[in-house]
Design a protein around this ligand. Structure first.
Ligand code: ZN
Length: 381
């Protein structure tokens, strides 16, 4: 496990610091995340985990920083491949997104791995307004959107789901609990599964040997909820659920959790590779997926604008950070750099047109991310 990113206290004070200090803090956060990710211990843990649980796991997620699946399932960092977008909105007809997903699935299946694709939405049990702002807090709408993506996955990768299994999955942010949705309307709510799961469960890669009573009961319920789930994928999904049970127990044991969610974002992230930014209400992350990128950029700029206006963040500046990942040196890195720069220029244009008063306050950083090492490299602008 990576240590969780900066705690609430650190981020609370940093929100009010001058912009140069905030940018330096963010850069430092990215460096620390990368160092922890590529350290020998975490590297080996990931290798071990992948050998024991060969199914590849990808997740479509909202950009909301509260949705942190690796933390909530106690998985080693880097096991879940994230696809994030503003409001959790995706369409597999978007050319770039569908090509990325096809490439991802091809790579996995060519090495014999099945793919578990988590199609997630988020909601709050305690307060509707802590739900997904992207769907105007309407949980039914986000669930319907997730099922629409589910149908597209069936169309793209086959309706029997033997190689790619799409799983509609809610994330309840108050307790950080998963809620699995079956095709026939059945649900498996991890928050309701067990009020007091034994704390020894789900402590990372060793979790879920399949012999504990909870694991057996969970597996039985999983079979009922997702009857079409191939057995090997079921075996690889169980550790996530056991990890989530342990995580829910840990969340419930915390004395007082701050659940009031207030917009105070001061960063617009555009591109991919912002895993290090799992701090709630810090950044607005926009994936490079939608053919109409201008629209989410305008939305993000409006949020920053109103944050400044309401004095929730200092009015001395905000950050536009673009990043694109690459796997290999040479052409791939050069291509990532070109794309990151293009995104920065494009976003600048959109923000300048939509909010001319905001544009002079923009600090711009372009980066590429060495994906296997999670090393963020800033580019000269
Ligand atoms: Zn959301």
């Amino acid at each position: 496990m990576l240590p969780p990113p900066a705690g609430p206290t650190a981020s609370d004070s940093i929100h009010q610091a001058p912009i140069a200090q905030r940018i330096a803090w963010l850069h430092d956060l990215a460096q620390r995340h990368g160092e922890a990710f590529r350290g020998p211990e975490t590297w080996l843990e990931r290798q071990r985990y992948r050998a024991q649980h060969p199914s590849a796991i990808a997740a479509l997620m909202c950009m909301d920083g509260r949705v942190n699946l690796a933390l909530a399932t106690q998985l080693p960092a880097g096991i879940i491949t994230p696809f994030r977008n503003l409001g959790g909105m995706f369409n597999l007809g978007w050319p770039y997104l569908s090509q990325l997903l096809i490439d991802y699935v091809n790579t996995q299946t060519q090495s014999g791995r099945r793919v578990l694709l988590l199609i997630t939405y988020h909601w709050s049990r305690g307060e509707r307004k802590r739900g997904c702002a992207g769907f105007r807090y309407r949980r039914d709408d986000s669930l319907a959107h997730a099922w629409a993506i589910h149908a597209q996955v069936s169309e793209l990768f086959g309706p029997a789901h033997q190689s790619v299994f799409p799983l509609v999955c809610g994330f309840e942010t108050d307790e950080e609990a998963l809620l699995l949705h079956g095709p026939g309307g059945e649900t498996l709510d991890l928050a309701a599964f067990s009020e007091t799961p034994p704390p020894s469960f789900g402590t990372g890669a060793g979790a879920g040997t399949g012999t504990e009573p909870d694991a057996l009961a969970l597996e039985a319920q999983l079979v009922r909820t997702l009857p079409g789930l191939p057995r090997p994928v079921r075996a690889d999904l169980l550790p996530l659920l056991l990890g989530n049970l342990a995580h829910i127990a840990a969340v419930r044991a915390q004395p007082a959790r701050e659940l009031v969610i207030e917009h105070r974002e001061w960063v617009i992230c555009l591109g991919r590779g912002f895993d290090f930014l799992h701090t709630p209400n810090l950044a607005l992350m926009i994936g490079p997926y939608s053919p109409d990128l201008a629209q989410p950029i305008r939305t993000a700029a409006s949020i920053i604008h109103s944050n400044m206006h309401a004095k929730r963040i200092p009015a001395d500046g905000f950050l536009l950070l673009t990043s694109m990942p690459y796997e290999n040196q040479g052409v791939e890195r050069a291509g990532a750099a070109l794309r990151a720069r293009f995104l920065a220029h494009f976003a600048t244009q959109v923000i300048t047109e939509a909010h001319p008063d905001l544009a002079p306050l923009m600090h711009r950083r372009c980066a590429v991310l060495d994906w296997p090492a999670r090393r963020l490299e800033l580019l000269p602008d």
